[in-house]
Design a protein around this ligand. Structure first.
Ligand code: NAG
Ligand code: NAG
Length: 395
């Protein structure tokens, strides 16, 4: 990550790497074993490797009962690396090497939960958690040389191909319904690959995409710079080769979603904590003290600062207007200061989870996926109007 994004990178690493991407389960129900990591067979021959050259991995939990023909495929997030130094640094972590990948606990973790009470629509599906180890949203295809002369592999696109290929052989090819999802950098990957992914299945298969906290805004930081998009363009420059036709080059998300034909659901906070911390208030924008405490926790923001955050919300709502014309799309845009809401019971589906129109995220996403209801495009009122946000822990 660029220096400006370092705190977030560390935070994400802490969140994602220390206990695995999913927090330890709090519930005593369904005390299931952690799910082993599977390394992709033959990946190295295809050049489908993590930043350090090790094979990529994923965690597969088989479905059961009437869920055995249904598949959830989730792409993990974890920021991006935009320089050779940052990317080679990632090789010493789970975000750059499968050497560090450990079994993952699915129980108690939102859309991965096998407990029907907390995950009523997807609890018995086949579930796949694809590890993120390429640093560029499963989209790059190039390589570079670290200072010590070793190769740094930027092979996200090949990882995506190799993982999906292996899952197809393991039963995904025979799926009757599929949900392709991801969070943060993995949510962006979901948007980038959605149409390609769905084109791999016969017409009669229900394939839908679901991006969680993957809708990134092209807004200026408080010093007036477009620092986030400069950062993102450096990622694209580094991780794609001209010979490959720049596969991960792309404009702002609002342009990207216009062209997507597969039904998609966008879940995002209009006050996304990661974007407030890294797009609006990166270290490079030198936020003064009051901004630093506002960035830390939205409860510390004064009324002038909230107005600035409201503008971010307006930009997001504007960018998402294009969805209104897409009948089979859905959205849940809450006003909670948070980032990635599918992976935790507290945000996905608990009695105190955030609600819009009196429905929690699990309910709205299920209603959208199964076409049970028309009310699947939900936008929250402005912060701090929604009391159901209060149950969420600080980011
Ligand atoms: C898919 O189903 C067919 C027909 O039942 C079966 O022969 C094949 O092995 C299955 N493929 C996978 C990858 O499970
Ligand atoms: C809120 O904080 C900003 C930024 O630090 C400061 O300029 C402004 O005067 C403060 N406004 C109020 C109403 O306290």
């Amino acid at each position: 990550m660029a220096p400006s994004n370092l705190p977030a990178a560390l935070l994400l690493l802490l969140l994602l790497a220390s206990s695995g991407p999913l927090r330890p389960t709090l519930s005593g129900a369904a005390p299931l074993e952690p799910v082993e990591v599977s390394l992709v067979a033959g990946a190295q021959e295809k050049g489908a490797v993590c930043l350090d050259g090790t094979p990529p991995g994923y965690h597969l939990q088989r479905g059961s009962g009437d869920g055995s023909g249904s598949w959830l495929v989730h792409l993990e997030g974890g920021g991006w690396c935009s320089t050779l130094k940052d990317c080679s640094g990632r090789r010493m972590s789970v975000l750059g090497s499968s050497k560090f990948m450990k079994p993952l606990q699915f129980a108690g973790h939102g859309i991965f939960d096998s407990d029907e009470i907390y995950n009523p629509d997807f609890y018995n599906w086949n579930k796949v958690y694809v590890r993120y180890c390429d640093g560029a949203s499963f989209a790059g295809d190039a390589e570079g040389q670290a200072q010590d002369g070793t190769t740094v592999y930027f092979r996200g696109l090949r990882i995506y191909e190799a993982v999906i290929g292996e899952l197809m052989e393991k039963g995904l090819a025979n799926a009757t319904q599929v949900l392709f999802t991801g969070c943060s950098a993995g949510g962006l990957a979901t948007i980038l690959h959605c149409d390609d992914f769905s084109a791999r299945f016969p017409q009669q298969v229900s394939v839908k995409c679901f991006a969680d906290a993957g809708f990134f805004l092209d807004v200026k930081d408080i010093s007036g710079e477009r620092s986030f998009w400069s950062f993102y363009n450096r990622v694209v420059q580094l991780q794609t080769s001209v010979a490959q036709g720049l596969p991960c080059q792309q404009g702002p998300n609002r342009e990207l979603i216009k062209s997507i034909r597969t039904p998609m659901f966008i879940l995002n906070s209009a006050y996304d904590s990661w974007q407030i911390q890294n797009v609006l208030l990166p270290t490079s924008s030198s936020p003064e003290k009051t901004w630093l405490s506002c960035k830390d926790n939205i409860r510390n923001c004064n009324s002038t600062q909230i107005k600035v955050l409201d503008e971010i919300r307006n930009t997001m709502i504007n960018d998402l207007k294009v969805i209104n014309d897409k009948a089979d799309w859905g959205m849940f845009i809450d006003s909670c200061f948070t980032h990635c809401q599918t992976l935790f019971r507290v945000s996905w589906s608990s009695p105190t989870s955030p609600r819009l129109g009196n429905k929690n995220i699990a309910k709205v996403v299920g209603d959208w996926y199964f076409g049970r209801s028309q009310g699947v495009k939900e936008i929250d009122c402005e912060y701090p109007c929604n009391p159901t946000c209060n149950s969420l822990p600080p980011p």
